[in-house]
Design a binder for this molecule. Structure first.
Ligand code: NAD
Length: 456
């Protein structure tokens, strides 16, 4: 029973064991040893779930988690220590401190597209910050989900960390409980369900959602390199990446050269029969396969357009000038289909982008630094790159998250630790002096207070 499990975690949290930094470090090290030991099982599970290539499994799943774990283990003493903050003059004499306090019982709901990394990375941060965790992996990647359950039960006591497997019904039951923090990664649609459930108990949330990520290529871009970097970022994980470029907006004068370069780069990466390549993943299930295959009907596929309904294969595909009302331009694509729209003047870029909610990412390819800077400043989006795609994810010093419809909150690196901690501010007043200025009666004190406030 979910409520019993949660009660168990509540009672365990009250014992204070998770507040001990040395205990947290000890369990994180234990987790690291287990994850290293099970790396080949993880890679195998990812391959069984949607033929995820080994290289991509290491680069985007296991290695990311291990480097996160190292960072947490290395910094936990420093991050957990109360920080001295410069006091306000008005409070003189005082010592001010900021305490990182664990929230308590946290719920993490993960998606299927990076089913290992997007489950374990927030879990590592939640534990480092001293919380208990219930993790619900995605039901669409069952091999990874059951492996996660096995790994976690080998490392943690159930009252500390537990994996609850299941689909919508289980997720709904979990969301009906009262949590101290909910960390959700998934679609905008389910993000709203999570936000509503959290609002019932005023539970704080992180929502890592998606969106339609524009990729702008101007007339000054280095087309060969642009195509190479877009092919990697778009077709990685068969396009099932929340920060993959969703559609291209290219200056009309560069479109033909771009198509030629794309064709060369796709063949270089996946051969001219990508279906036989070990480096190209499959679509996760029938529902998503059908959704994507439908986008190809009545469109001009300038590259690819091949499908196999038995293996859920969709080839790297480029669609030339779809209409803005077409299926492919309606919502986030989340698959290996790349629509290309050309523009003559910059105003058209704005017209297209403003059709959609604020995206999770935006990419701009240009050798004109000033223009690229202006583009980045003009649009609101979660994060992105100039002259590359996806790689902003790799810098743990950059917080990762959306804005508006693409999400609430952020994580990665130190930000992950902060996300899972309440920042508790405490002023310790000295008793050796008690300035009379703030106390009533106030007569004649207003000017003094105004002066002090000016110094602050
Ligand atoms: P999803 O929203 O369908 O599912 C995510 C999780 O929510 C799963 O564990 C699922 O079981 C659960 N869920 C599904 N329906 C539910 C419901 N009605 N009530 C309660 N829980 C429910 O998302 P997905 O298909 O797994 O992932 C794809 C989406 O996630 C894309 O939109 C993508 O952009 C987004 N995403 C975002 C990030 C990010 O970091 N911002 C990362 C990966 C994926």
């Amino acid at each position: 029973m979910i409520s019993n499990l949660l009660q168990l975690q509540k009672e365990y949290f009250k014992t204070g064991e998770t507040k001990s930094v040395s205990y947290r470090k000890q369990v994180l090290k234990k987790l690291k040893t287990e994850l290293i030991k099970r790396e080949s099982d993880i890679i195998q599970a990812l391959s069984k779930d949607f033929k995820k290539p080994v290289f991509e499994s290491v680069l985007t799943e296991t290695a990311v988690v291990l480097s996160d774990l190292d960072l947490m283990i290395k910094n936990i003493n420093k991050w957990a220590k109360p920080k001295r903050i410069t006091p306000a003059l008005l409070n003189f004499p005082s010592t001010d401190k900021l305490y990182s306090e664990p929230y308590g019982q946290t719920l993490i709901i993960a998606p299927w597209n990076y089913p290992y990394q997007l489950a374990i990375a927030p879990l590592v941060a939640a534990i480092a910050a001293g919380n208990t965790v219930i993790l619900k992996p995605s039901e669409l990647t069952p091999h990874t989900s059951s492996l996660l359950k096995d790994i976690i039960s080998n490392v943690f006591k159930p009252e500390h960390v537990n994996v609850v497997e299941g689909g919508v019904d289980i997720s709904t039951k979990l969301l009906a409980q009262r949590w101290d923090y909910i960390f959700f990664t998934g679609s905008v649609f389910v993000g709203k369900i999570v936000a509503k459930a959290a609002a019932e108990h005023l539970t704080p949330v992180t929502l890592e959602l998606g969106g339609k990520n524009p990729c702008i290529i101007d007339e000054t871009a280095n087309i060969k390199l642009t195509a190479k970097r877009i092919v990697w970022g778009k077709f990685l994980n068969a396009g099932q990446t929340c920060i993959a470029p969703d559609y291209i907006l290219i200056h009309q004068s560069k479109k033909d050269a771009f198509y030629k370069a794309l064709k060369i780069e796709i063949e270089k990466a996946y051969t001219n029969t990508p279906e036989t390549s070990n480096d190209f993943a499959r679509i996760v299930n029938e529902k998503n396969y059908n959704r994507l295959a439908k986008m190809l009907t009545n469109e001009k596929c300038i590259i690819g357009g091949n499908t196999n309904s038995e293996t859920y294969y969709i080839s790297p595909t480029v669609i030339d000038e779809p209409s803005i009302d077409s299926e492919v331009m309606k919502d986030e694509i989340f698959g290996p289909i790349l629509p290309v729209l050309s523009y003559k003047n910059e105003h058209e870029i704005e017209t297209v982008i403003s059709n959609y909610e604020k995206p999770l990412s935006l990419y701009v390819f240009s050798t004109n630094s000033e223009k690229a800077r202006q583009t980045v400043e003009k649009f609101s989006f979660g994060g992105g790159c100039i002259n590359d795609t996806v790689v902003h994810f790799a810098n743990h010093r950059l917080p990762f998250g959306g804005v508006g419809n693409s999400g609430i909150g952020a994580y990665h690196g130190k930000q992950s630790y902060i996300t899972f901690s309440h920042q508790k501010a405490v002023v310790k007043k000295g008793n050796w002096l008690d300035l009379p200025v703030r106390y009533a009666p106030y007569t004649g004190k207003l000017n003094q207070v105004k002066k002090i406030l000016k110094w602050l």
